[in-house]
Design a protein around this ligand. Structure first.
Ligand SMILES: Cc1cc2nc3c(=O)[nH]c(=O)nc-3n(C[C@H](O)[C@H](O)[C@H](O)COP(=O)(O)OP(=O)(O)OC[C@H]3O[C@@H](n4cnc5c(N)ncnc54)[C@H](O)[C@@H]3O)c2cc1C
Length: 401
């Protein structure tokens, strides 16, 4: 570890910030560790917020136990916002004008829900879901609702739809594109997800380019899509993607594209400043993944690099979603695939997308986590696969370990 590092500041008390702090201490950093966190809570993870946090009496999904957290010896600045980074002076400026010096800085500011129409924010019964506070409010509102409208047929919208059905509510999803989750999976997967939702009683309205919301006198919300408006909804949840929280970095003159541009060790264009999690553009894929695994594992690598260790993040994209009791795992991204193979196994379907040389590019598995583990090995070894064998449900995939 480099001895000139006495003060580390982390902006963002989320998943990436938490795992970075844990790694810094585990690697022997015993200097001053400051976390600037806009939210008042201890580090927590977000996947449960669209699932158990709204369907059950689940507590804040903390990343660490109280004793593990205390051992990190963090100087918390919360709830407070970082409003500027003065790179020349190596200071972070807080919303109360405090200036915090740093030797190394980690930006782990995540992302925020994007609203397609700014005015929707003023509608009382229209909401988005990002934080624990949002999840608590959503849970309370679901308890007082009969009909729920969801705008956006991506992962978060569909998970909210699934949770609302689990609570016995009527749910309709409105999506702009003709397919669900169209930006991250192929048409065959989108169709399977569609069937899963239809089978579980979710109303799906796809290919609605023009979606308008209006508030009724009683507060309920009418969703008008392509000129048609069903009965108003008690609650509308908008899940139409995110904005990356990269303003601090951009205003400080760091290189940004979709997110903050980082190398495989998380270095930004300033050698003293690093970025991790949603806000850090994937070093190889050139896009911002919003994935639990990336927020955890990339942040761990970056924390090691902050202390001067040789570190390199090279994991493939991997995320999961739970909908109507089915665990869907997505490994890799669809770009570069030339053809797809579907395996209709008794446990659930697996969708393989291969390149022209029959190497795996992306894989989506329903209720088959072991197959995904195998896929990770195939990706790492660039294994050439036989499409006929993959498609044959009698062929033992594990023989390709
Ligand atoms: C509802 C929901 C469900 C999800 N489900 C899944 C799933 O099933 N599987 C999966 O793989 N991924 C899932 N994800 C994605 C995953 O949770 C995110 O990719 C992950 O949380 C990103 O971690 P992060 O630390 O980069 O950002 P965050 O966890 O968002 O943390 C960033 C923190 O920084 C704070 N912050 C921002 N700006 C400032 C500032 N200027 N000053 C101080 N603090 C600031 C924010 O308030 C926030 O607390 C889900 C996300 C959500 C919202």
């Amino acid at each position: 570890m480099t001895s000139d590092i006495q003060r580390i500041v982390v902006i963002g008390g989320g998943q990436a910030g938490g795992h970075a702090c844990k790694t810094l201490r585990a690697a022997g950093f015993d200097g001053h560790l400051v976390v600037i966190a806009e939210e008042p809570h201890d580090f927590y993870e977000r996947p449960p917020l669209s699932k158990a946090s709204i369907t059950a009496d689940a507590p804040l999904p903390r990343l660490f136990s109280a004793s593990s957290l205390a051992e990190l010896d963090i100087d918390w600045r919360r709830p407070q916002r970082a409003i500027a980074i003065d790179r020349a002076a190596q200071h972070v400026v807080l919303d109360d004008a405090t200036r915090l010096p740093y030797d190394r800085l980690l930006i782990a500011t995540g992302s925020r829900p994007r609203l397609p129409v700014a005015e929707w924010a003023s509608l009382d019964r229209v909401m988005t879901l990002r934080s624990w506070n949002d999840a608590c409010l959503l849970k309370e509102r679901l308890a007082n609702s009969r009909r729920v409208g969801v705008i956006g047929g991506g992962w978060i919208g569909l998970e909210v739809a699934s949770s609302a059905r689990q609570l016995g509510l009527q749910v309709d999803v409105f999506e702009r594109d003709p397919a669900l989750c169209g930006r991250s999976v192929g048409t065959e997967v989108a169709q399977a997800i569609r069937e899963l939702h239809e089978h579980n009683g979710v109303g799906l309205s796809l290919a609605h380019r023009d979606i308008r919301l209006s508030e009724e006198r009683d507060g309920r919300v009418t969703i008008k899509a392509n000129g048609k408006a069903p009965e108003p909804y008690d609650l509308v949840v908008v899940g139409t993607g995110v904005e990356i929280n990269l303003e601090l970095a951009r205003d400080a003159g760091l290189k940004t594209e979709y997110g903050i541009v980082v190398d495989a060790a998380g270095h930004t264009s300033d050698p003293r400043v690093f970025a991790a999690g949603d806000v850090a553009q994937h070093p190889h894929l050139g896009l911002c993944l919003q994935s639990w695994a990336y927020a955890q594992n990339q942040a761990r690598v970056v924390a090691s690099a902050m202390l001067g260790e040789k570190a390199h993040y090279d994991e493939p994209a991997w995320l999961w979603s739970d909908q109507h009791g089915v665990n869907i795992q997505i490994l890799g991204v669809p770009s570069g695939a030339t053809h797809g193979v579907i395996r209709h196994a008794p446990e659930g379907p697996i969708f393989f997308y291969l390149d022209a040389d029959h190497r795996l590019v992306q894989m989506v598995a329903f209720d088959q986590p072991r197959a995904i583990k195998l896929g990770k090995r195939w990706l790492a070894s660039q294994r050439v696969l036989d499409p006929n064998a993959l498609a044959d449900p009698d062929f033992e995939l594990m023989s390709l370990r």
